[in-house]
Design a protein around this ligand. Structure first.
Ligand code: ADP
Ligand code: ZN
Length: 210
């Protein structure tokens, strides 16, 4: 099966995509992570995306659509995949449809605006492997170090308070309309994302099995 996680920045898409990936043994694909690692290794695509990503803007559709097209063509996607952070605009969703990609379920993680601010401003990520932590809710075992690889934890440029506001505005304007898009296709499952990870996990599994 092919899944999409929808939801505001900080709704927990990445966490849930990883959990579902392990359970179903299919890859979780995060356009944000792909862009950040391209940026780090200084590829041409990374350079083109830099100004947008760091200021909290969306990277132009044609770039992210290209990224996804290439990624979904890899053999590990043949038994299914999970998209985290794509599509984020109606044209991106239309591009998936045009590619003939069949989506089975779209899981919309619902959280409050206040919770988003708390989650994103306290978020720290591993510089090396991208794993995500939180200053209060998900502390690493050793302060400032990644549990998985020992890398240094940093704050993403786009997790600064001013940039978070810009990202939320863009989310409401460009990404939220996707709920209606997938509701019309009968694929939208709404899941509450404001409880503990274990509760949200349970709710996600129930929603996709329904
Ligand atoms: P979050 O879900 O926490 O907002 P992501 O890691 O998914 O963050 O994305 C970070 C940034 O990468 C976005 O703010 C945007 O600049 C870029 N990006 C990721 N996915 C897309 C997409 N589908 N379309 C356009 N830009 C994207
Ligand atoms: Zn790490």
């Amino acid at each position: 099966m092919n899944f999409i996680f929808l939801g505001a920045p900080g709704a927990g898409k990445g966490t849930m995509a990883e959990v579902l990936s392990k359970k179903k043994n299919i890859p979780a694909i995060s356009t944000g992570n792909i862009i950040r690692s391209a940026l780090k290794s200084g590829t041409e695509m990374g350079l083109r995306a830099k100004v947008y990503t760091e200021s909290g803007k969306l990277v132009p559709d044609e770039i992210v659509i290209g990224i996804i097209q290439e990624r979904l063509a890899r053999p590990d996607c043949k038994n299914g995949f999970i998209l985290d952070g794509f599509p984020r605009t109606i044209p991106q969703a239309e591009a998936l449809d045009k590619m003939g990609v069949v989506i089975d379920r779209v899981i919309d993680l619902e959280v409050s605006e206040q919770m988003i601010m708390t989650r994103l401003s306290g978020r720290r990520v591993c510089e090396k492997c991208g794993a995500s932590y939180h200053l209060v809710n998900k502390k690493p075992k050793v302060e400032g170090r990644c549990d998985l690889c020992g890398g240094t934890l940093i704050q993403r440029k786009d997790d600064q308070p001013e940039t978070i506001k810009a990202r939320l505005k863009i989310y409401h304007e460009q990404t939220e309309p996707l709920k209606g898009y997938y509701e019309k296709q009968g694929k939208l499952c709404k899941v509450q994302g404001y409880n503990r990870v274990s509760d949200t996990t349970k709710a996600v599994f129930e929603a996709i099995e329904a």
